[in-house]
Ligand binder design. Sequence first.
Ligand SMILES: N[C@@H](CCC(=O)N[C@@H](CS)C(=O)NCC(=O)O)C(=O)O
Length: 202
Amino acid sequence: MKIYDSNTAPNPRRVRMFLAEKGIHIPYEQVDLGKAVNREPAFRQKNPLMTVPVLELDDGTCIAETVAICRYFEELHPNPPLLGTDTKDRALVEMWQRRMELELLLPIADAFRQRHEFFKGKIRQVPEYAAAQKLNAEERLVWLNDVMASRPFIAGDRYSIADITAVVAIDFGRVSKIGIQPDQPHLKRWHDAVSARPSAKA
Ligand SMILES: N[C@@H](CCC(=O)N[C@@H](CS)C(=O)NCC(=O)O)C(=O)O
């Protein structure tokens, strides 16, 4: 079993943090995105969408998509639970995880992908869309600061995958000058707390 990884990209970091929280050690193989190794035929066979992370099982099965990989490990190693504890909690964690992915990580990723040289010739780029998504991400941070006024973690009382997605998104925002503002103390308090966990170094 191994994980195709990139130590500079946000989605693979989500998986590394998830596994670090659970104390699971899996071999990682770096995929050089700069040299477009992910676009070569050998990697396309593992993931036709040409993205990392990808979990390759010993029987050759390849599982892409960050949350699918996390779910695989959650079922094998339920403790500590990072995808919720019971029916209601699992639904709430999923709600917050999807919000962090769709409302925060996606605009922050677009603010980079849609304008940066790195993706030139690789994807269709619309620089105006990068600018619009930067504004959308900044708006979401205002909203999230209000949310965090009344809870320790994104999905409530317990650290979960939603915190992982959110902290990875916000940290990646740095390359597009998107970040927590001085008038967002609740978000800063949460960010300081989750960044102090050993998993944040993963
Ligand atoms: N929905 C996918 C997104 C994966 C993704 O976008 N991975 C990026 C790195 S963060 C990638 O491999 N980009 C390389 C490229 O597009 O060339 C997931 O959750 O795993």
